[in-house]
Design a protein around this ligand. Structure first.
Ligand code: HEC
Ligand code: HEC
Ligand code: HEC
Length: 307
């Protein structure tokens, strides 16, 4: 993401082309010829409003090379314009829009994106997928390559259930809430506490340490964690001052989870039954003892175009 922001800055200085262009294509760089504005891979780049959506919603599988059985890479403009593997009469872009609007076979598989994001990608595809100035490159994903830092520099005291000036709801950010509440002696406490159907912490980057306060949801009011359960119920949770969020009860597992902000969406494809998010979303990432889930990529991270 640092590279992405840098690419935007460099080109913006020369071409003022990094603003939200709503995918009209009129100010893009045309047919992928590139503007040569100092980025190494400009012919392959996407418009800056489209890139973060594709990066967070598609490239975990449709990277180059693709993974998780996805049939094609969707990183560059050329790849979006290429014939699709299953229906060569349609471009990957046209088939992508069909699948992104298809609730029974959605892309990403975890569920449809928000309407505002669908509108941006649809408008870009309809305009003929003009090139832009932002590389959508999962290698730049802060989730994968951020250093292990506590961005907030605000630590909950490791061995205490109280912290001056903070509420109980802000306790132990990044730690597995239910694991401690139900196995207190494992963590040096004595009385068990009630558990949550869902509980976890949203962070600004992917590898923040235990007890470090995550994003301050009271100032980043656009950030929500959306939970959809097996009974079709939806919850939109706002992280608190420490980035913590929870639902006490009423969730029917398994559930899907995604984090939504004005900058994009990060969705989990797997549907866990265990609602103790931080059990898997540790500093390094874990499967939380669930052999089917795979290893989580690190913390639950807020979507952000320029961290
Ligand atoms: C979790 C992995 C994953 C994510 C994330 C994902 N896909 Fe896919 N995609 C797949 C798999 C697996 C297939 C093949 C099976 C199928 O068609 O459902 C596929 C198939 C497709 C196809 C059909 C290709 C063909 O020729 O049949 C398109 C188009 C597509 N994805 C677009 C997207 C777009 C666009 C996004 C993001 C908005 C996205 N996908 C996100 C895994 C993923
Ligand atoms: C290391 C152990 C531990 C972890 C991890 C932990 N808690 Fe707690 N929690 C406690 C203890 C001990 C108490 C009782 C403290 C008290 O009320 O004085 C408590 C109490 C609470 C309470 C107050 C309950 C009530 O009935 O008043 C809330 C809310 C809470 N925790 C939320 C969380 C959340 C959210 C997380 C995860 C982000 C979390 N806790 C993680 C040990 C833990
Ligand atoms: C049993 C382990 C497990 C639990 C519990 C779990 N996750 Fe995940 N999560 C994963 C794995 C594995 C991935 C990566 C593969 C995938 O998307 O399915 C992931 C991916 C994600 C992603 C996308 C990551 C990205 O930025 O690309 C988000 C967002 C997410 N999880 C949120 C949550 C939330 C919120 C909860 C709790 C409500 C939760 N997860 C609970 C294992 C888990």
């Amino acid at each position: 993401m640092k590279n992405l922001a840098l690419a935007c800055l460099i080109t913006a200085a020369l071409a003022a082309a990094c603003s939200d262009e709503e995918g009209t294509g009129s100010t893009g760089s045309g047919a992928g010829t590139g503007e040569g504005a100092g980025t190494t891979n400009n012919t392959a780049a996407l418009p800056c409003d489209v890139a973060p959506i594709i990066e967070s919603a598609c490239l975990s599988c449709h990277g180059d090379p693709p993974s998780s059985a996805a049939p094609q890479a969707l990183v560059s403009v050329e790849q979006w314009r290429a014939p699709s593997p299953s229906d060569p009469a349609k471009s990957n872009g046209q088939l992508s829009i069909e699948r992104m609007l298809d609730a029974t076979q959605p892309m990403p598989p975890a569920g449809l994106l928000d309407q505002a994001q669908l509108d941006i990608v649809s408008a870009w595809v309809e305009a003929g997928m003009p090139g832009g100035d932002c590389n959508a490159n999962p290698v730049d994903d802060p989730l994968l390559n951020a250093a292990a830092i506590c961005t907030s520099m605000d630590m909950w005291p490791a061995n205490s259930d109280h912290a001056t000036g903070k509420t109980r709801e802000e306790m132990f950010p990044g730690m597995p809430c239910n694991d401690c509440h139900s196995n207190p002696t494992k963590y040096g406490f004595f009385e068990s506490e009630g558990t949550f159907d869902i509980a976890g912490t949203v962070f600004p980057t992917g590898h923040e340490p235990d007890n470090c306060a995550g994003v301050d949801g009271t100032s980043l009011t656009d950030v929500i964690v959306r939970i959809e359960d097996a009974a079709g119920m939806t919850w939109d949770l706002h992280p608190n001052e420490a980035g913590n969020f929870f639902i006490e009860n009423g969730v029917t597992p398994p559930y899907s989870a995604r984090v939504i902000s004005s900058a994009g969406v990060r969705a989990m494809s797997y549907k866990p039954t265990n609602g103790d998010c931080n059990l898997c979303h540790t500093q390094e990432g874990s499967d939380g003892g669930d052999p089917d889930s795979g290893v989580a990529p690190g913390r639950i991270v807020v979507p952000s175009a320029a961290p």
